[in-house]
Design a protein around this ligand. Structure first.
Ligand code: G3I
Length: 466
């Protein structure tokens, strides 16, 4: 018999040994008592609190694993279940990373919300070059293969992702729509339903949190799918901007619930203009609390997934330069005010002190600024790094320098400029992140290339005010 999400979770009450066999790493922890963690609070409400995870970080960072296991009862692969990861060439399926994430979730009594079968992005060019029957066959084969593999292990799927145009009135123009016509959405859901009848099937999109032309279009698609018994839920990605939780978000989600559907906040992050300060972090905590309350108020809100664990893990700074700090944890795994507000909204209380907002924590002693680098996601021949500059005095500009010990070389960078591509790196702030008040931090980031298989090193950085 298949284990449903809640049944599987119920098997894992109390003290649990966390094992990560598929990742080849043993780990033991004790889940904190209910309601002192996000996980405890979510379990008590019978809701999911999920996090989008990186295979590389799960594999390489014990504190990341521990926090993911302790604080969350649901996982989504940030990238590892997408088409380019699971079927990079026709019929050549690669499940190493996705398997490891599903194994980790099972070992830790967590559900999995799968992401995603049909998307216009991160789909290999061999698929995008097909049309007609060949394209349809590729889609059906892909959904069948992935859904069958995880039948009974992945609890719900984003079957189609971002199929409505940004202006809202029409379906998104994509190789799917152009190659197969509007019917591709129904075909995808029919295929997924047949492949894993036990999984909840979702349509997922962004900028549909409020009642607007785009959410209206998703609503009409949802109605059609509900009438055919093919849809179980709607995913509201909720990549939100500070202070801009739509005022009608709860009412908008309620109208989907009224169709007999579940709703789910699938990719929550709330970004701000950097640098973060106490005012912005307090606003962010209030925004997170509102979203958490909306999901709590709706019995049919299956849960919230945050799109990454720590601020430095987020996709945001790479895509929106100068924006960031959108998640619940700082890069050192300390909890932000937003964490506390979500925990409180869901009935939990903090027993371990959360991080003092960075503007009010005592400025570190030492020279004018300090800086650190951390490896966010390494791959065989490269890695993404996050850099943090901490001001020990009021800064109007900063310079960071370091020397790579090995073959590492920066290939592209954001929120930093200068002489970056050689062994000796000298970088300075860009326009928006030079002014940093004492005690505050700002961030930058970059990708490196490195020798195949070598470890991405973390050199010591010297920071100087300029
Ligand atoms: O792993 C490769 C590496 O092999 C390659 O050399 C390197 C070169 O830059 O890139 C690495 O892949 C990156 C991947 O993230 C893993 O880090 C891709 O370039 C990069 O495009 C990819 O970005 C992801 C993005 O989707 C792709 O569109 C983000 O991590 C992920 O957070 C983001 O998630 C999407 C959701 O799926 C859908 N909703 C919006 C959300 C945010 O964009």
């Amino acid at each position: 018999m298949l284990l449903t999400r809640n049944r599987r979770r119920a098997l894992l009450a109390g003290v649990v040994t966390v094992a990560t066999a598929a990742l080849g790493i043993g780990l033991s922890t004790q889940f904190a008592s209910a309601q002192t963690t996000l996980r405890g609070a979510a379990d008590a409400l019978n809701k999911d609190i999920g996090v989008a995870v990186s295979y590389n970080l799960l594999q390489n960072n014990a504190q990341y694993r521990n926090t993911v296991a302790t604080e969350f009862n649901s996982l989504t692969a940030e990238n590892a279940m997408k088409w380019d990861a699971t079927e990079p060439s026709d019929g050549n399926y690669t499940f190493t990373q996705a398997d490891a994430i599903v194994d980790f979730a099972e070992d830790n009594g967590q559900s999995v919300h799968g992401h995603t079968f049909v998307w216009h992005s991160q789909t290999p060019s061999w698929v995008q070059g097909l049309s007609g029957t060949a394209l349809q066959n590729a889609m059906v084969d892909h959904i069948n293969t992935v859904a069958n593999r995880y039948e009974g292990r992945v609890d719900s799927w984003d079957v189609v992702n971002e199929v409505v145009s940004d202006s809202g009135g029409a379906l998104r123009s994509s190789f799917w729509l152009n190659g197969l016509g509007e019917g591709y959405i129904t075909t995808a859901f029919q295929t997924a339903r047949a492949a894993d009848p036990s999984a909840d099937l979702y349509i997922n999109d962004y900028s549909i949190e409020g009642d607007n032309a785009k959410s209206d279009r998703v609503y009409s698609i949802a109605q059609g799918l509900v009438n055919q018994g093919l849809l179980d839920g709607v995913g509201f990605q909720s990549h939100l901007i500070l202070g801009q939780v739509p005022s009608d978000m709860e009412a908008n989600l309620q109208r989907f619930v009224n169709l007999g559907l579940k709703v789910r906040i699938t990719e929550l992050d709330i970004r701000m203009t950097l640098p973060a300060d106490a005012t912005k972090l307090a606003q962010q905590a209030s925004d997170y609390q509102r979203v958490a309350n909306i999901c709590k108020n709706l019995a049919d809100c299956s849960g919230i997934t945050v799109w990454g664990l720590r601020d430095g893990d987020s996709w945001v700074p790479g895509v929106f330069p100068g924006q960031g700090a959108p998640l619940l944890f700082n890069d050192d795994f300390s909890k932000k005010s937003a964490y506390t507000s979500v925990l409180n909204a869901w009935g939990g209380t903090v027993t371990n002190p959360t991080t003092t907002p960075i503007t009010t924590s005592p400025p570190p002693t030492g020279s004018g600024c300090t800086a650190t680098l951390s490896v966010q996601s390494p791959w065989n021949t490269g890695a993404t790094y996050a850099g943090t500059v901490r001001a020990n005095q009021n800064l109007t500009g900063w310079r960071v320098t370091w020397t790579w010990p090995g073959s590492e070389r920066i290939s592209n960078a954001w929120s930093i400029q200068g002489t970056l591509t050689g062994a000796a790196v000298t970088g300075t702030n860009v326009g928006y992140n030079g002014t940093v008040a004492a005690g505050q931090t700002t961030t930058f980031g970059f990708n490196i290339t490195k020798a195949d298989g070598s470890t991405a090193s973390v050199p010591t950085v010297t920071c100087t005010p300029i």
